[in-house]
Each structure stands twice: as C-alpha cells, then as structure tokens.
Design a protein around this ligand. Sequence first.
Ligand code: SAM
Length: 509
Amino acid sequence: MDELVQWFYAQGGGLDESSMGLTNFAGQGRGAVALRDLPEGHTLFTIPRELTLSVRTSSLPARLGMESWKQFGLHIGWTGLILCMMWEESLGPSSRWSTYLPTLPSNFDTPMFWCEEDLRELRGTAVVDKIGKDDAERDYHEKLVPAIKSRPDLFPEELIPQNYSMERYHIMGSRILSRTFHVDPWKPENGEKGQQEERSEESDPDPHSMDVDVEPPAETHEPLIGQREEENGDIDDDDDEEEEDDEDEDGENPADVAMVPIADMLNARYGSENAKLFYEERVLRMVTIKPIKSGEQIWNTYGDPPNCDLLRRYGHVDLVDLSQPLSGKGNPADVVEVRADLVVASVSKTPASDLQDRVDWWLELTDDDTFVIMTDCELPEELASFVRLLFLANDEWEKARKKGKLPKAKVDPSTLSIVADVLERRLREYPTTIEEDEQLLVPERAGHLSTNKKHAAIVRLGEKRILDGTLRKVKDMMSVHGAQKGKDKKRGSDRHGDDAERRVKKSRR
Ligand SMILES: C[S@@+](CC[C@H](N)C(=O)[O-])C[C@H]1O[C@@H](n2cnc3c(N)ncnc32)[C@H](O)[C@@H]1O
C-alpha cells in the first residue's frame, strides 16, 4: 500500500496521512480508517482529474483513432473502458497507472464468477436475470476481438492470450462495476496537453499543502458507485453535445465512467456514509460529512442499494437493524420484484376472454411488467390497480379503456385474495422456505457455509421476509373485510360495505 501512496503523491494526489490510514477490515478487504478524531468538512484526499482512468484519460482511443473507436462500437457500454484498462496494463511501467492497476482485485465474490451449483441458490431472487454474463461475452467477441485484431501494432498477437483474454475482460468489467465513479468532462488546463495524449512530466505535489478543513462546495456530486443514473452538474463542455449520442440506456455517457484511485479504497455500508467525493474543476476531493472518531472506518456510499444489487455488483451484502414491520438484521433497502405474469397466472383461473387485451393496454399505459415491494411491506398501488383491471366487468373495462384511466387501487376482497395468491406463488419460486434459511444462517451453522451460499441465503431471506410481511398485511386486511361483512349481515344490512373498504384503505396509509 505504501508504494501506491507514493505513486499517488508522485502523480499529484494529496493525502492527509495524519487523518486517514488504509488498512484491512475483516470480511471487507481494504478500507480507510480515521487516525484521529476528525471534524465534519475535513479534506481526506484530493485526486487530480487527469489521474482518473477513463476513455478520456487513457491514450488508447487517440492511438486507435476515434473513427475506428466508434466503428468497433467501443463508444457504447463499457467495452471501451475495459479495453483501455487492458491496454494500460499491457504497457507496463510506461502506463501512468502502472502502480495502481496491479493493486486492484482480481478475485470477486460476485455471481458473475459463481459455479452453477451456487447460482441455483439464487433462484427466485432479482439477481439471476441481471448478471449479464452472456451480454458481456457477446461484447467481447463482437467489439473487443475485432478491434484488437485490426491493429497488431497496438495489440501484438503474442500478448493477446495474456492481456486480452475473456478472463481479463471479466476481471476488468468487475473492477468497473464495483469501483467506478461518474466524472463529467473537464477543460484541460492552459498549456496542458489534450486529454488523450500521453503525459510524461508530472506536477510537484505537496500533500501537506492541502487546505484540509473546508466547507463542502455547494454543488456536490454523488459517486457513480451504486448511483450510475444520478445526474451530475456540468463542469463544461463542448464535447457534451457530441457525446450525447453515446449515452447508454440509463442516460449515462460511458466516457464519464472513471476509475478513481484511492477514492475506490473506501468501503460502504447502509446508512453509514461519513465521507463524500466532491467534484471541483481540477480535482476530486474526499471530504468528511460528519465528525468521525479516531479508529472508526471512513465510509463512502454506493447509493445504499438492496442486497440483490450489492451482491451482483460488489459481491457483499449489508446486514443492519431492520425496523417494523420487519425485525432482526437485514438490508432496509431490500426490495422484492413481483412479475406481472404471476398476477396473470393467478387471475387466469377464471380467465377473462380479453385478458391479453387488458394486459397489453396496461403495458401500453404504464410500461410496468414488474411490481416492487419494499421493506415497509406496503402493497404497491400499481399491483392492486392491475389486479382490478383484470377483474373489471366488461362494461367497466370498456369505459376504462375509452377514458384511458386505470382502475383505482381499491383493495376489495377479491383483489386481496388474488394478491395473496400471487404472493404465495412468488414465495414458492425460491428453493427454500424462510424457516430453512433462518436455520442456515444461525451463527453456529453459518460459519460452515461458503461465502456464496451464505450471501445467497441472505438475499433470498431478505426478499422472502418482505413477501411474508406483505402477505400478513394482506391477510389482516382480508379478515377486517370478513369481520365487517359478518357485522353487516348481523345488522341485516350491507349499506356499510363501503365504510369497511374505506377503513381498510385508511389503515394502509
Ligand atoms: C470500492 S471497493 C472498496 C475497497 C475494497 N475493499 C478493496 O479492498 O479494494 C468495493 C469493494 O469493497 C468491498 N466492500 C465494500 N464495502 C463492504 C462491506 N460493507 N462489507 C463487505 N465488503 C465490502 C466489496 O468487495 C466491494 O466490491
């Protein structure tokens, strides 16, 4: 780590070594620790923008030529950055990042690298369909291989098996997934060479000249880690317009994706962020956003994603105290996805002849084919509305279609019973029950589980507890309806039926 820090200084980085140390944390790899009590607003380190590694700072795109870069599709997605990282690695000591790159991990606990047996443990969770291994491998064959084959002067044939293999491709991709930040374009300083030229002369850094206790700048920017979709304020730039075409599905320009040395050494845990990266014109500045006691870990944020995304992108999961209606340890940001086709399967016990028309109309209007339930275990209004749509009497359905208005999310008894059926079906999609997972994770047994199996059980359990909590709420609502109906019957009147419905809806708020 000393070598990395020396390199960082030599490249113009600034690090307050009296405040922050880099060390190993059990089960988390390396991370940053406070070496003394730190106030809020204290600068821990600064990184010159040119030291970030992206397609803007690597010399490769210019060497290959922008026309070829685009022709091979390297301006779309992460293949271009992966190739830059492979290229910089292959340059050895003549790469600006030659000391940094070997410090990056090559082993990951992400499902991308799991065997089939371990992947089966994730059945039912939101991880399975999002791993993206096939897409990555297609990009490797369709973009990267043709690009490197086209220029043996840049990518000598004998280096391909070692430096440009599929295995290296996945490693670089995983480094990007778990460590990159969003860095907007910036203007080169007067006299500075163009961003895609190689640099040899370095600035003369003095880490102790940093202005350390600062008011965070008004305009803050979130790290890309976990927050790729976030908008960042623009620093400039003329390139923006030209590059807009290159944005991916999330509206993210792949050229803004950057490896950020030292900043990528900070770990994260749900709700624990105490340091944040601020974006200035020439540097990125990591600043404490809370007082931190000596010996405490310095945490960044990855955007507090649910455990399914944490596992998929970073290879770990968060376990903190949960609040009502759940209890015990878990990730408060967990979610469970319920596909609309499960609802259709539940409803089609009594199929409406025009079921497909209704589903198509729903998709046209909402584009929602999945309902997301969170740890508050509240029934999503969209789910109730969708169930009701599938049950509307023909004349009501015609009316709704004419008006272009979805049914209100009323939770009447037939809606509730369908929802209960959907939730039960969804629970059966996992390979294990809640009780089985809880047993697996008791401390005496969890110690014998492999990391992958333990993580899979935690992700599954988090999702199933949400489903179970929601099912309980739905059943409570059903019994309120049942009790109300009984009372109404006793009174020989059903005119209070509407009141019961209103009471149920109120209790949901
Ligand atoms: C941005 S890097 C942080 C530095 C990293 N620990 C290292 O050794 O280089 C992100 C990786 O750190 C690890 N990590 C971060 N926060 C963690 C946590 N709360 N628990 C376990 N591992 C964590 C995960 O392996 C994740 O992919």
